[in-house]
Design a protein around this ligand. Structure first.
Ligand code: IMP
Ligand code: MG
Length: 182
């Protein structure tokens, strides 16, 4: 049961949904005159955010999925060695790419992804993250859309996992310290 792992609910479900509606409206305005918007969901953590965000985007768009992993199974933060586990299904040349990510921590994952995508000659690459932990950043990444800036605490739920579980929780919660340090 998740209750034993939960220190506190950091962002509850209504607050998440309200902010995601705002982000969807903003993105719909910003990309209104582009016909080639492609949302690129970073698996697995971005999937819950993607499905809510896309339903709040009112302009036509496509979606695709990119799975990446950081070196070191079980590592809770990336160490800089990022690799592709599953690549996009289609060519992105000439498209306006919006990366949809659950959280930016050190920035290693997104730096890798953005450089890889930029090399494929898209029309543009922007980044939308639900959560941002700016105090943990070691690589400077330009973030275009941020749902919430959060403190340096390990969080789970709403797509984010605790050892691969609890992605289904409808809120973002802080993991108890004694659980996290185990
Ligand atoms: P970065 O490469 O250090 O920016 O790490 C980004 C990845 O680390 C995210 O996509 C998450 O998978 C994972 N991550 C970082 N912080 C957390 C957290 O608080 N909870 C769950 N996963 C996290
Ligand atoms: Mg993860």
């Amino acid at each position: 049961m998740y209750q034993a792992l939960l220190e506190e609910v950091l962002i509850d479900a209504p607050t998440l949904q309200h902010r995601i509606a705002e982000l969807g409206a903003q993105i719909s305005r910003d990309y209104d005159d582009t016909s080639e918007l492609l949302l690129i969901c970073i698996l697995k953590g971005g999937v819950v955010f993607l499905t809510d965000l896309m339903r709040n985007i009112t302009i036509p768009h496509e979606i695709d999925f990119l799975a990446v992993s950081s070196y070191g199974a079980g590592a809770r933060t990336s160490m800089g060695d990022v690799r592709i586990v599953m690549d996009l299904s289609r060519n992105v040349q000439g498209k306006h790419l919006l990366i949809v990510e659950d959280i930016i921590d050190s920035g290693h994952t997104l730096k890798f992804v953005m450089e890889m995508l930029a090399a494929r000659k898209p029309a543009s690459v922007r980044l939308c993250t639900l959560l941002d932990k700016p105090s943990r950043r070691t690589i400077d990444i330009p973030v275009d859309y941020v749902g919430f800036r959060i403190p340096d605490k390990f969080v789970f739920g709403y797509g984010l996992d605790l050892d691969e579980k609890y992605r289904n929780l409808p809120f973002v919660g802080v993991v108890k310290k004694d659980v996290y340090l185990k």
